[in-house]
Design a protein around this ligand. Structure first.
Ligand code: NDP
Length: 429
């Protein structure tokens, strides 16, 4: 990728942006033509096979975040999102972090969790003994239910049991849960795992005398974690009002608040997911799964907490860390069907699932840094309102160059709302 062609990307027109992507070697001539002429909409004949009662497509803006250096490799990050300022914030954070060496990531093995949940198990201890004794056979039967993933080098790898204790106060009986850890290779794996769980349930019933109530993957993907770290020298954090050390300390304190206070943690984590979701959506992955898993991970200590941590190292640099469960895939689902997902994959330079995890967790950390830095310095409204002004101008009916003109006036106005935007537009017409 020739990043020199992407300088001041945000200032270019749409045509110039597309042509810069082509000149930088990110997309082909065909893909550039797709972006400038046909667009990335799903063909209706495809859409109607993807969901039921299909009546049309619902599109989101697709943009790219610039400046990301992840594990020493530059990457442009496609993001599908309707919220203004997310892409600008990610690019801004990535620039500061990139100038300090970029993001370093670590990704665990990609093991998905499948659950068979049993009820009516009379002798739980005995059932656990039988399951553990039959572990190899259970794994073999799971693999027989989806042999192609074994041929691809994956498959069921190990098993564990969990007991959900009876709670007489809540009126719940005990349940016995069997977890299988399954290597789904490049797939997110929901269908693979669900097929396996349905395949092994009758045998597990036989072994335990219980009845299988649920047979499905868990979206709490604790065996598929990705961590990003960044280290930013304090002098790079300086603003017009605050010294670099002040900004560093205020970011650390803000993270401490989000660790201690669930009300703040939810908003802190929402900021992280602004970036993560946008890339998950652009890449054609299941963002509900990533959202659900991430929030559960935030509550792993039994209190909902910040997903990221910020501290100062011995040199006085600001160090940020973020870990997320990221069960994403590079095959399956809509990934190879949706034209937007195919283009996003190309822009991301054809990552494998681990690299995609690294990119996602780094974007989450960048987004968090940008949001918290803005919060503890100028406040986030300064950056947000400029972009919000454009949305209001468009809502008021402004078109083409009118959008900027109305937005500029709105930024100076004492009350920025739709009525004011309409009034400014009327004056222009
Ligand atoms: P798919 O079943 O769509 O695709 C996975 C298949 O791709 C594999 O079974 C494999 O089939 C094939 N494949 C090709 N190359 C590879 C490779 N290198 N590594 C692994 N597999 C490969 O997708 P998933 O099983 O990943 O399921 C994801 C979908 O399930 C998403 O659309 C999700 O929204 C949905 N879903 C999610 C649920 C949840 O999150 N709770 C529940 C139910 C569905 P083969 O080897 O036979 O060629």
């Amino acid at each position: 990728m020739d990043t020199s062609k992407l300088t001041k990307f945000y200032k270019k027109t749409h045509e110039e942006k597309v042509s810069a992507l082509k000149e930088a070697g990110v997309i082909s001539l065909e893909e550039a033509t797709l972006l400038t002429e046909k667009g990335l909409d799903l063909d209706p004949s495809v859409g109607e096979h993807m969901i039921e009662n299909h009546i049309g497509n619902y599109s989101l803006p697709l943009g790219v975040s610039t400046n990301f250096v992840i594990d020493d490799k530059e990457v442009l990050v496609p993001m599908a999102i309707e919220e203004p300022s997310v892409i600008a914030a990610a690019s801004f954070a990535a620039k500061i972090i990139g100038s300090a060496g970029g993001f370093t990531t670590a990704v665990t093995d990609r093991l998905m969790i499948g659950q068979v949940t049993l009820k009516n198990v009379e002798h739980i201890e005995n059932a656990i003994f039988e399951i553990e004794k039959a572990e190899q056979t259970i794994l073999e039967r799971a693999n027989e239910a989806h042999p192609s993933i074994v041929k691809r080098g994956g498959g069921a790898k190990s098993l564990e049991t969990r007991v959900l204790k009876a709670d007489p106060e809540e009126g719940t009986p005990a349940f016995l849960v069997v977890h299988l850890h399954i290597d789904t290779q490049e797939a997110m794996g929901a269908n693979i795992v669900n097929t396996m769980m349905e395949g092994i349930a009758p045998y597990i019933e036989e072994l335990t005398g219980g009845k299988a109530l649920l047979r499905i993957l868990s979206n709490y993907a604790t065996e598929c974690l990705a961590t990003a770290t960044c280290t930013i020298p304090a002098h790079k954090l300086k603003t017009g009002t605050y010294s670099g050390e002040d900004v560093r300390d205020r970011i650390i304190e803000a993270a401490q608040v989000a660790w201690a206070d669930p009300y703040r943690a939810v908003t802190h984590n929402k900021g992280i997911m602004n970036g993560v979701d946008a890339v998950v959506i652009a890449s054609g992955n299941d963002w509900r799964a990533i959202e659900a898993g991430s929030h559960a991970y935030a509550a792993r200590s039994r209190q909902y907490r910040a997903l990221s941590k910020w501290h100062a190292n011995d040199q006085g640099d600001l160090v940020g860390t973020l870990t997320l469960p990221l069960a994403v895939g590079t095959v399956g689902g809509s990934i190879s069907i949706h034209p937007g997902a195919k283009l996003a994959r190309k822009i991301l330079m054809d990552p494998d699932a681990k690299r995609l995890e690294s990119i996602l967790v780094s974007v989450g950390l960048a987004q968090n840094f940008a949001a918290v830095r803005a919060l503890v310095t100028d406040g986030i409204q300064k950056g947000h309102m400029g972009l919000h002004a454009r949305s209001l101008a468009i809502s008021a009916g402004a078109k083409g160059p009118q959008v900027e003109k109305v937005a500029e006036q709105l930024k100076q106005a004492p009350h920025m709302n739709l009525q004011t935007a309409r009034d400014f537009l009327k004056e222009l017409l």
